[in-house]
Design a protein around this ligand. Sequence first.
Ligand code: IMP
Length: 193
Amino acid sequence: MKIIFATNNAHKLSEVQAVLGDGFTLVTPRECGITEDIPEDQDTLEGNASQKSHYLYDRTREDCFADDTGLEVEALGGAPGVHSARYATDGHDFDANNRLLLKNMEGKTNRKARFRTVISLIINGEEHQFEGIVEGRIIDHEIGHEGFGYDPMFIPDGYDRTFAQMTAEEKNAISHRGRAVKKLVAYLQSIEK
Ligand code: IMP
């Protein structure tokens, strides 16, 4: 089955493709001729995921999905949350975001955090949402070079390594996005489109 996924982020694309498996072929917005940035200006992950999937559906009328992810840090009142991509700057500057998070966490003893992903699927013109969460903690320096974004500072509960020290398979097995995508796959298989 072919399905459009609202991302041009190569990391995300390969993570999601790995969980979806061979039965699904992901198509990017660019491959559908959509070259502009897809708007995401809502104030919740649910709202942003929905806004992105509706944007794609309105242009293509094809089955599609979008995800939105936030890192929710307890000691920061849930920040950066829905603003995770633009925490430090207007762009997707991972290094600047990581530096700001480290600074804002200085002196905090409560290091609890979670990644939360919301996927919005539009299939046969109807929207369905799936959520994936991984709980963990923020350490006080960056370790590891795998993955992307906040991965070098996040250690999932039950592990002693950051997401950036894990292989893609290890991260996918327990990650927020991996969990949300597994729910998406289960749903797609249940309707046997
Ligand atoms: P997006 O909505 O999935 O684009 O995610 C927003 C921001 O959250 C990204 O720019 C990254 O900084 C961060 N992020 C999303 N997913 C991950 C992940 O799997 N690991 C680390 N950071 C992530």
